[in-house]
Ligand binder design. Structure first.
Ligand code: ZN
Ligand code: ZN
Ligand code: ZN
Ligand code: ZN
Length: 293
């Protein structure tokens, strides 16, 4: 596997053979020279100029377990490197030399893995972070620019929540009222989707489907990561004639909607007699309170 990475020029050890094209190499050298000119030679200072080079990313894997090398990294007396968890298991014998050995920290390779910087996969969605290659996965698990998905069947749109909101109201014409937290408000829910827009930009998707017993309402919080903020939701329904009232309070399930609207949300049933209209044009007037946890 090869990929484009940014390296401080002149920071690669001899074992990291770059398969860069000649032209790219010359361009890098040129950039390096220019940087030296600008920085007055640097006097041995670490050169921070980035060059667009191609590197075989496999060399950044532990050769024993194939997981990404990350500090601390160890080497045998000959120079074979292994990751820290393999080091814990293979302390006395090198996997390659098959000889008794003493492992030491390999600071040189640690510097290399620290300096191989890559772009976040969400760069197209506005993330400008460049992270060490071995930290990419961890960063992306919590990247605030990670996309959420349009749950509509056959629609492949994905993007950060702000773009998703534009898409929901522009493309699908879903009603998208703003909500003030901790405050009850009444809203007319239609069959299909309604988007509630929190005062801090968080999105909540309300879904109503029709079943033989009435309208079934589910609410979920739209977030790129499961570890995001959590919200409680209170739904109320009341009617004077016939006299009826019910309420339900629950912790909202959060989802990036990758698999569509989540199927395992709490369900709030609106009896048929309290719906206005029938079939897909049925609506229900429901009280909603959203509370951040
Ligand atoms: Zn390993
Ligand atoms: Zn060895
Ligand atoms: Zn990111
Ligand atoms: Zn869509």
């Amino acid at each position: 596997m090869a990929g484009h990475v940014y390296l401080p020029v002149g920071h690669l050890p001899p074992w990291a053979r770059l398969s860069e094209e000649k032209e790219e190499g010359m361009r890098a050298q040129q950039q390096e020279k220019e940087a030296e000119k600008e920085g007055g030679g640097g006097g041995g200072k670490r050169r921070k100029v980035a060059a667009d080079v191609t590197i075989d990313l496999d060399i950044l894997d532990c050769p024993v377990c194939y997981l990404l090398l990350r500090p601390p990294i160890f080497q045998c007396t000959v120079g074979h490197t292994i990751c820290s968890s393999c080091h814990d298991k293979l302390q006395e014998k090198c996997h390659f030399c098959s000889l008794p050995t003493v492992y030491n920290r390999c600071h040189m390779v640690e510097h290399v893995v620290e300096s191989v910087k890559v772009a976040c996969s969400n760069c197209n969605h506005g993330c400008t972070t460049r992270i060490a290659y071995y930290q990419k996965e961890d960063h992306e698990k919590g990247c605030p620019h990670a996309p959420c998905f349009c749950p509509e069947t056959g629609c492949g749109f994905s993007g950060p929540t702000a773009m998703l909101l534009e898409h929901f109201s522009g493309k699908h014409k879903w009603h998208s009222p703003k909500v003030t937290y901790n405050k009850a408000f009444r809203i007319r829910i239609h069959v299909g989707s309604t988007v509630l827009v929190g005062e801090d930009g968080n999105l909540f998707l309300v879904n109503m489907t029709m079943e033989s017993r009435g309208g079934v309402i589910s609410v979920c919080s739209v977030q790129p990561h499961i570890t995001g903020s959590s919200f409680r939701c209170k739904l109320t329904l009341s009617c004077a004639e016939p006299s009826f009232s019910q309420s339900m309070e629950f912790l909202m399930r959060s989802s990036n909607l990758y698999d569509g609207f989540p199927k395992d949300c709490f369900q709030f049933l609106v009896p048929k007699v309290l719906l206005r209209g029938t079939g897909t044009s049925a609506t229900a007037m429901v009280g909603v309170t959203v509370t951040p946890q």
